[in-house]
Unconditional design. Structure first.
Length: 175
């Protein structure tokens, strides 16, 4: 399969063109969100408040990066296990989320919500956080700073190497 260069700003239009197993070099803005941040975001939504980033067409990276060493935008930034976010994911997809980046399997409910919403789940290579950090041009804490490495960060990616794990047709490499 061919390698696809894609910007996150195109995700709303292009997510449905991606197929399980394709390699993607992703550039653009992605937001880090892990367990604690997801729980807080659900609280905001339950109270009718806005989440810390716009969900419409957004890309979330399930990561908790380490502090940046001198001269780098970010420290190690590998993916965390995506399944821990499964209880929250269908709701976020229904609100416009188009792309999730992480590692590991997803629940049947998440796979169905990906199909229903024309979204995509992209897999990052686990254990290579220092290498992944080389593809991150900038990182800025935008919410929940008290969570430390699990705070929500706005990342700017450049040619971040990923693999389509679950596509919007139900195709999956995750057996």
């Amino acid at each position: 399969m061919e390698e696809i260069r894609l910007d996150t700003s195109e995700m709303a239009e292009k997510a449905c063109t991606l197929r399980a197993g394709q390699r993607v070099l992703l550039s653009g803005v992605a937001y880090t969100s892990r367990d604690a941040a997801h729980k807080r975001i659900m609280g905001l939504l339950d109270r009718g408040e806005e989440p810390p980033y716009p969900l419409k067409g957004a890309a979330i990276y399930y990561a908790g990066p380490t502090p940046a060493p001198a001269g780098l935008a970010i420290g190690s930034c590998g993916p965390t296990t995506s399944g821990r976010m499964d209880p929250y994911t269908p709701r976020l997809l229904d609100l416009g989320l188009k792309c999730m980046i992480g590692k590991g399997k997803r629940s049947p409910e998440v796979a169905e919500a990906i199909q229903r919403n024309g979204a995509v789940y992209l897999c990052a290579l686990g254990g290579a956080g220092a290498l992944a950090a080389r593809c991150i041009e900038s990182a800025e804490v935008i919410a929940f700073e008290d969570l430390g490495c699990e705070s929500v960060k706005k990342l700017v990616l450049r040619d971040f190497p990923l693999l389509v794990g679950i596509d919007c047709t139900g195709g999956s490499i995750l057996v």
